[in-house]
Design a protein around this ligand. Structure first.
Ligand code: MIG
Length: 797
């Protein structure tokens, strides 16, 4: 088989040159392996069979990931070289350079099967670089971005090659995004592998050979990061440290967004805005798809349909709506169009190898395509947003078609020989394809950020590469209005979240075809828990606004969206945790409790943040479903029933609800319903206290919701701790940051307590009787926002 494939393997290791934080090994047949300690938990492995290493460069890394000086402890046995950090040990065989990785306790985490090998590819002149690992007994796999397949990747093969997949299906591969990062989990431990290679990459998770997992690329370097951690969640955080996180988005980003292809005139958009407010369905953002432009020329406006965009956007803004508009990469070939002329004159567009400009067909007809992998081009592109953002006042930009997608060619994209700068590392489209969308969104981000300042930028992109989360949110692309796609939406958002991209969402209701009322409502209910909650549709099959499904539909849609607005402070805090610590916003159950084997195959249920567990209804005519609660105690959010985890439950659930559970011991902040973020001045904040039996922490992060004041300390971070004792429930609060919350009081709503407390103490003093408010139905404790400690007391029998 090896002969057939013309594969080559490293020979015996001849030399191991040691430096403090890396080692360079050379084999008898000229293979070099560089092992580097990025941190104690992260080792990097780089191989070359060419006799030299290419200049080290990556779009994925955020540049801030190296934390000081990381030394290896280096050793040697008769058969192996040993490289150790305090938590990880790599043993490299002297005979064939194969690697095994162990944790500090000596447990095997991962080991090479064939290890690094390569195939010469004379057609392309580059090597196909390959890696194969042993799949350990009972090993399972997660991650890999947006794959619309089972969450657990075992027994599957995938590839990364950003592709415009209109109306994709369950298991379609590849899709729009390229995220070559996965997790392995087995009974000895877990790890992450990030294969930082932007060529077309492939993965096989014990599919073709049951005890082997392999990954390979059509060119470039075998260059991967091995990430250790005591839990999948910690590995996710370390991956985020490596590849970055976004800035905090403006709070309105977490509101409800309404989109369609297209709201085609200013009148139509005004009508949509009015309808939201008249029906009292909350909404923060409205979108303009390609028809706002003049002949699909980016950065222009259709003169008749949008005669005065600035006035329109201002008017919407005054009603509490932000406007977001689409920008595609294709620039219409038209020398009377300034963007085209400038790009042409400056040589900013992509060319063939022998120089001629590449032209491809997209919406405007023949287009040129900026080479976003060139810094000068990105700067120029960023400046184009001066008009849309700086002058017209759009609040965000939507980047589409940036796989890049080309119409009417079988490959759906650029010819492979198209040249790219790759930030001074010139290459062909083979290498740049998978980063093209990411670099477009990077350039757009720079422009939106510059011209939206002092407001925060908002970006949404269809294609991206690992690390692209630093620049833009993503949506999952052209899905379909079917129940199967609701399942796909759930899995894709969880998977993207553990793959570094937390700011994600789907086209709610489906992009193509028309959803039934029931499907639309179930999808909207799931969307409440996706960081990006946006309805979008292709617009050729009837209306898809929250009022498009009859009176009952309006009620149900309003209810779902209102829940979203109530949960905003919790969702924002969860987002803050992602930005601060890299903790995924959405957490599959295996990321919640990996010690519990039952979670390894669960995929319907997930946690959104620390305290809420969600399980969507994914089938029609369902007024109930089976679901699994992780170990611990949970409250049914809708009726406060206490439920025991570590097992399956059957739950009845009407169409107006989605199953949601709150972790016992949690404190969950709620806002009042607003029609848009910032509509109301908050006079108090509702804190829902769910009785737990063990001490537990909950958090609340607040700031102005926009602008950069938080970088100068204008934020409030509140850490609550509950301390249950006999006859007493104590809650402490530790506040940090210099921002004063707009309200002066919390209203504490108690859940799971047998009776109202007999006494309340605030900061060690008995509280005045009016602090316990009993207004008929509603009972709450009114406590000052700056409390340090409160105690609820009950008589002890
Ligand atoms: O070829 O701009 O995925 O969200 O509405 C279709 C029109 C181009 C594809 C996007 C979709 C968008 C549509 N675009």
């Amino acid at each position: 088989m090896h002969q057939l494939l013309n594969e080559h393997f490293p020979g015996a290791v001849m030399r191991c040159e040691k430096a403090n934080d890396h080692a360079l090994l050379s084999t008898q047949n000229g293979v070099m392996l560089r092992v580097e300690a990025i941190t104690d938990h992260v080792l990097r492995f780089r191989y070359t069979a060419k006799g030299y290493f290419e200049k080290d460069f990556s779009y994925a890394l955020d540049g801030k990931h190296r934390s000081g000086f990381n030394a290896f402890e280096q050793g040697e046995t008769a058969s192996h070289y040993l490289l150790k950090t305090p938590v990880l040990e790599a043993r490299i065989s002297k005979e064939d350079a194969k690697i095994s990785l162990f944790d500090a306790a000596g447990n095997l985490l991962n080991e090479d099967e064939k290890g690094f090998h390569w195939e010469e590819n004379p057609q392309q002149g580059d090597n196909i670089v390959k890696m194969s690992k042993r799949s350990l007994t009972g090993e399972h796999y997660y991650g890999l971005g947006d794959k619309p397949s089972n969450l657990n990747l075992r027994d599957r093969r995938f590839q990364n090659w950003g592709t415009d997949q209109y109306g994709f299906a369950k298991d379609t591969d590849p899709l729009y995004r390229n995220i070559p990062f996965y997790y392995g989990l087995h009974k000895q431990g877990c790890y992450g592998i990030f294969f930082d290679n932007s060529f077309r990459t492939f993965f096989d998770f014990a599919s073709e050979r049951k005890n082997v997992t392999s990954f390979w690329a059509e060119g470039g370097e075998m260059n991967y990061y091995f990430i250790a951690g005591s839990s999948l969640l910690n590995i996710a955080r370390r991956y985020a440290r490596l590849t970055g996180v976004p800035e905090l988005p403006p709070l309105w980003t977490l509101g409800y967004h309404q989109c369609k292809w297209s709201y085609a005139s200013a009148e139509e958009l005004r009508g949509i805005a009015e309808r939201f407010r008249a029906l009292r369905i909350p909404c923060d953002a409205l979108y303009l798809d390609i028809d706002y432009m003049d002949g699909f020329r980016c950065f222009t406006w259709h003169p008749e349909n949008f005669p005065d965009p600035k006035a329109l956007v201002g008017e919407l803004e005054s009603q509490g709506f932000k406007t977001v508009a689409i920008i595609d990469p294709g620039i219409k070939v038209d020398m009377d169009y300034a963007v085209c002329r400038e790009g042409f004159e400056n040589g900013y567009f992509c060319t063939y190898a022998d120089g001629p400009l590449y032209k491809g067909q997209v919406w405007p007809g023949e287009c040129y395509f900026p080479d976003f992998t060139r810094p000068a081009v990105r700067n120029w592109w960023a400046e184009q947003f001066k008009g849309l953002i700086g002058e017209v006042g759009l609040a965000g930009i939507w980047n589409d078609m940036n796989e890049p997608a080309i119409m009417e060619v079988p490959t759906k994209t650029f010819p492979l020989e198209i040249r790219h700068d790759y930030d001074g590392h010139p290459c062909s489209h083979r290498k740049a394809h998978n980063v093209y969308g990411m670099q477009m969104s990077r350039a757009s981000f720079a422009g939106v950020k510059k011209y939206a300042y002092p407001n925060r930028p908002f970006l949404i992109t269809r294609s991206s590469y690992a690390g692209g989360q630093r620049y833009s949110s993503v949506w999952t692309g052209d899905n379909v209005a079917t129940w199967e796609h609701l399942w796909v939406a759930n899995v894709q958002c969880q998977r993207l979240s553990i793959s570094g991209f937390s700011l994600v969402g789907t086209d709610i209701g489906g992009f193509t075809e028309h959803p039934s009322m029931e499907l639309y409502i179930r999808w909207l209910q799931l969307g409440v828990f996706h960081p990006l909650m946006r309805t979008h549709s292709s617009g050729d099959h009837g209306e898809q606004e929250p009022w498009s499904f009859g009176e009952e539909g309006i009620e149900l849609a309003r209810k779902a969206i209102e829940l979203r607005y109530r949960l905003l402070p919790y969702l924002y805090t969860t987002f803050y945790q992602y930005v601060e610590e890299g903790t995924p916003f959405l957490r599959p159950l295996v990321f919640v409790d990996q010690e519990d084997r039952n979670t390894w195959f669960r995929q319907d249920e997930f946690m959104a943040g620390d305290s809420l567990l969600v399980c969507p209804i994914l089938e029609p005519n369902r007024l109930g479903r089976r679901l699994y609660l992780p170990r611990g105690l949970w409250y049914d959010y809708h009726n406060q029933t206490l439920m025991e985890g570590g097992k399956e439950h059957y739950l009845e659930i009407p169409l107006e609800r989605i199953p949601i559970f709150v972790r016992a011991g949690a404190i969950l902040p709620h806002y009042p319903v607003q029609q848009y973020v910032g509509e109301k001045n908050l006079e108090y904040l509702d804190l829902h206290v769910y009785r737990g039996e063990i001490p537990q922490d909950s958090y609340l992060y607040e700031d102005q919701g926009d602008g950069y004041g938080y970088e100068e300390g204008a934020y409030a971070h509140k850490a609550f701790k509950v301390l249950p004792q006999k006859g007493k429930y104590r809650i402490t609060q530790h506040r940090s940051g210099k921002w004063q919350s707009p309200y002066r009081h919390y209203r504490l709503h108690l859940h799971g307590f047998e009776s109202a407390p007999e006494r309340l103490e605030i900061n060690g003093e008995p509280a005045p009787p009016e602090a316990m408010v009993n207004s008929g139905e509603d009972f709450y404790l009114q406590v000052p926002e700056n409390f340090h400690q409160i105690s609820l007391r009950w008589p002890v029998a």
